[in-house]
Every structure is written in structure tokens, then in C-alpha cells.
Design a protein around this ligand. Structure first.
Ligand code: 4NP
Length: 151
């Protein structure tokens, strides 16, 4: 069994989806008293240094998670050495990671969601849809814990 000690979640902007994945994973690790290094990053640089988008902060808060102090960063090649697994939120993130030289990024939707992409809520009209995105991310991460961490 490969012990997973660190996870990086990667989306496009690191302001909507991957911060939620990071927070959910941190919370789950705490719940199981596990010391897992967890971070998130974006393939793009547009939002570096920004806090998560307002609707992600709201859906996090509705689920008792505080992501207001998170700060977006861009993924680096160094990350590929630093993390045991690198999870892309959609297939374009996976393609971009592979182009950067990441050898084996894994699609989040491969954990129980038939390889579906986590839809990009940046382009949603208003809050509607953020709840669904949150549930999908949480379900997939539960599956990661079941299959890769708690086994
Ligand atoms: P995220 O959403 O990848 O879930 O953080 C996006 C945020 C910003 C942009 C695209 C997606 N953007 O084009 O600026």
C-alpha cells in the first residue's frame, strides 16, 4: 500500500473549486486525526494572491468551513516533487498539468463520478450550482479517503 501523506488539488484559477477541495480534505483529515499536507493551486496566474470567490466562501461557510484567508497561487513544477498525489478538478486541468510535466495527475471525478469534470462555477450565473459542485467535490474526496487513505 502506498501511504498518502500529501495531496495537491489543481483547477484553473484556484479561486472557486480547488480551494473547496483543499478545505474539505483538511477537514476530513482532522476528523480522522490524520496529518496530511494539503494545498491547492491553479494552472492559470490571473488570480494569484486573491481570496476565493465569494460564492465559494459562502458555500464553504454554509458547511462550517472557513476559506476566507486562502490565497490563490499558480502550480509549479516543484509541486510535482512535493506532493504524493496531484488531483485535477477537470480534464483541461489534467491536460495542462501533463503539458507542464506532471507525470500522473488524477481526475477528481474518477473517484465515484465516472470521470466527470467538476463544472467550473466561475462561469455560473449567481450562487445556483455551487451547492452541487460542493457535494460532488465532497463525495469524491470521501472516496479518495476510502480508497487511498483509510485502507
Ligand atoms: P476555478 O474557476 O478554476 O474553479 O478557480 C475559475 C476562476 C477564474 C477563471 C476561470 C475559472 N478565469 O478565467 O479567470
Amino acid at each position: 500500500m502506498n501511504q498518502i501523506n500529501s495531496i495537491l488539488f489543481v483547477c484553473l484559477g484556484n479561486i472557486c473549486r480547488s480551494p473547496l477541495a483543499e478545505a474539505i480534505t483538511r477537514n476530513m483529515a482532522t476528523k480522522y486525526s490524520l496529518d496530511i499536507k494539503c494545498d491547492s493551486a491553479g494552472t492559470g496566474s490571473w488570480h494569484v494572491g486573491e481570496a476565493p470567490c465569494e460564492n465559494s466562501q459562502i458555500v464553504a461557510k454554509n458547511n462550517n468551513l472557513d476559506i476566507s484567508n486562502y490565497s490563490a497561487r499558480q502550480v509549479t513544477k516543484d509541486d510535482f516533487e512535493q506532493f504524493d498525489i496531484i488531483i485535477g478538478l477537470d480534464k483541461s486541468n489534467i491536460d495542462n498539468l501533463i503539458k507542464m510535466g506532471c507525470k500522473d495527475p488524477i481526475l477528481l471525478g474518477s473517484f465515484g463520478y465516472n470521470d466527470q469534470d467538476v463544472p467550473d462555477p466561475y462561469f455560473f450565473d449567481g450562487f445556483e450550482g455551487f451547492d452541487k459542485v460542493y457535494i460532488m467535490i465532497e463525495d469524491c474526496i470521501s472516496k479518495i479517503f476510502e480508497e487511498k487513505i483509510l485502507n
